[in-house]
Design a protein around this ligand. Structure first.
Ligand code: TMP
Length: 203
């Protein structure tokens, strides 16, 4: 649909991606664009229930975890993202498929080709137009998290380092679609870098 655009924010814990996703959504709305801001896991009734399990549940196996993330994504794509894109809106999503490749693939060591197949099945091949990666040292990101830590934030540093490495590899292999930004820059500066890129997409 002309005018529609799918933008995803990715990054490790405490990278500031959720803040920047909101900043961008507000900026676009102020200019009169129709924007849907959503997030993963979650963004639907079922997805929000799964989010609680995924972040705070105990005893969830890594296999169950994977399928819960995929179930949440399937709901979000078919109930929220596709319909919004079909209406010609801009969709901004805080995490999408790259989180599965980074966390379950690079972080947990699951086979990437297997993950790509499963992911393609639940997204029906939907791909973001732009992926903004806020890259931050794992230690620094986790330092920013002072509240109660969820299941992922409690993982060892080595896990978070693999996640970061995974993101950087994905970004390097598809540099047209990925915008990598140093997450330690001041928030305003990050917002401006994102805006410069996004304004090319939305005219
Ligand atoms: P967040 O909303 O605070 O980013 O938390 C979501 C957590 O879930 C975060 O630690 C990353 C993790 N995650 C995965 O492991 N795989 C996925 O596919 C997604 C979407 C998130």
């Amino acid at each position: 649909m002309p005018g529609s655009c799918f933008i995803v924010f990715e990054g490790g814990e405490g990278s500031g991606k959720s803040t920047q996703a909101k900043v961008l959504a507000n900026r676009l709305r102020r200019l009169g664009f129709g924007v849907v801001l959503t997030h993963e896991p979650g963004g639907t009734l079922l997805g929000n229930k799964l989010r609680r399990w995924l972040k705070w549940g105990r005893g969830v196996t890594t296999q169950s975890e994977l399928f819960l993330f995929l179930a949440s994504r399937s709901q979000l794509v078919s109930k929220v993202i596709r319909p919004a894109l079909d209406r010609g809106q801009i969709v901004i999503c805080d995490r999408f498929e790259a989180s599965t490749f980074a966390y379950q693939g690079y972080g947990r060591g699951m086979d990437l080709a297997f993950l790509e197949n499963l992911n393609g099945f639940v997204t029906d091949g939907l791909q973001p137009d732009l992926i903004v990666l806020l890259d931050l040292d794992a230690e620094r990101g986790l330092e920013r998290k002072r509240m109660r830590l969820d299941c992922f934030e409690r993982e060892e540093f080595a896990f978070h380092r693999r996640v970061r490495e995974g993101y950087l590899r994905m970004a390097a292999s598809d540099s047209n679609r990925w915008l990598v930004i140093d997450g330690s820059l001041p928030q305003e500066q990050i917002g401006d870098i994102i805006w410069e890129k996004v304004s090319q997409f939305v005219g």
